[in-house]
Design a protein around this ligand. Structure first.
Ligand code: FES
Ligand SMILES: [Fe+2]
Length: 350
């Protein structure tokens, strides 16, 4: 998993998944991570391997140690704080020369906003400095209306390329209310501009052959789509005071396994509230359609691991790899990231 970007914030879990006093295991960039919320309400994340004899801390329980939150390892009861330091070794007696505080498991810095928990994955597992700013979400509400997750049998790069690929939409998502085959293909001409760590498809009226947005938001609707490293895409749909914000977060779990989480927020859109019982399965359908296509694609990739990318439809896929290369180069040269994307208009039929 060497080509994965480190020194970056990754989506870890929805806030609602993390109940106070509980924890669970998730994989992030090939590492087992215990995601937890203390009874004090604070989310924290530790490498889910006890430094003593490797039992998963997530299988333990939370207990208080000197009035503070700690997780107790299920095997021999060593206790760790949210900073990863061991706070207590129950077997020790007075005069034995072990200092619990010198034993540490890796602690991941966390950030919680808009009902989502992010972890900072540094290249240096011992990094304790100030991380770069976490992803700034422009979500219109503090908590998501819908969260949908699926694990794709795909590496991170292929998952990102699938997410930002406009050409598959009329074929993979051809349900009647989204892109009915009868809508046909239309010439798309979109203006793109560089954004921090990514790019944006500038604000535009949604495709004339995209039915759902017009039904939900009326005719004066505009959308803006942004992609940002390491793997975030969001789409803002606006019409007057109505606002719909859909964020897709990609988190590599293992080689060939990527967690896709789609989070939707809306504001002043009563019709969305009314439709929510249908929107939840619809959101799941969308991800399932992409996930099934990845499974099919894997059948072919066994025999031909290479792919073809063509202009202009696949330019965004090329940008993604260019951005990643620049990211890696900037780190190696200890300099600031310089976005190599130039404002461009791309044209395609879809
Ligand atoms: S393995 Fe965790 S305390 Fe021994
Ligand atoms: Fe898709």
């Amino acid at each position: 998993m060497s080509e994965l970007l480190r020194d970056a914030w990754y989506f870890a879990a929805a806030s609602a998944e993390l109940k106070p006093g509980q924890q669970f295991r998730r994989f992030i960039l090939g590492e087992p991570v215990m995601l937890a919320r203390g009874r004090d309400g604070r989310a924290f994340a530790l490498r889910d391997v006890c430094p003593h004899r490797a039992a998963p801390l997530s299988a333990g329980r939370q207990v208080e140690t000197d009035g503070a939150v700690t997780i107790e390892c299920p095997y021999h009861g060593w206790r760790y704080g949210p900073d990863g330091a061991c706070k207590f070794i129950p077997s020790l007696i007075e005069g034995q020369p072990y200092e619990a505080g010198r034993i540490r498991t890796r602690a991941y810095q966390t950030h919680e906003a808009h009902g989502l928990v992010f972890v900072y994955v540094s290249a240096d597992p011992r990094f304790e400095g100030a991380p770069p700013a976490p992803p700034v979400l422009d979500a219109p509400e503090t908590a998501p209306n819908i969260v949908t997750t699926r694990i794709f049998a795909s590496d991170m790069d292929n998952a990102v390329v699938g997410l930002i690929d406009p050409a598959h939409v009329p074929y993979v998502h051809s349900q009647w209310w989204w892109r009915p085959p009868s809508a046909g293909r239309k010439l798309k001409e979109k203006r793109f501009e560089p954004r921090e760590l990514g790019w944006a498809m500038a604000r535009h009226a949604p495709a004339a052959n995209s039915l759902a947005y017009r039904w939900l938001f009326g005719s004066d609707v505009t959308t803006e789509i942004v992609f940002k490293l390491p793997g975030y895409r969001w789409e803002v749909v606006e019409s007057g005071a109505k606002r719909l914000y859909t964020l897709t977060c990609l988190t590599p779990e293992h080689e060939g396994s990527t967690r896709i989480t789609q989070v939707t927020y809306w504001k002043n859109a009563w019709i969305m509230d009314a439709l929510k019982p249908w929107l939840v399965p619809a959101a799941r359908d969308f991800l399932d359609q992409d996930g099934r296509m990845v499974d099919l694609q894997n059948e072919g990739l066994k025999y031909t691991p290479s792919m073809l990318w063509i202009d202009d439809i696949d330019v965004q896929a090329k940008w993604y790899l260019t951005l990643k290369r620049e990211w890696t180069k900037a780190k190696a040269e200890s300099r600031a990231f310089v976005n190599p994307i130039q404002p461009t208009t791309l044209k395609w039929m879809s």
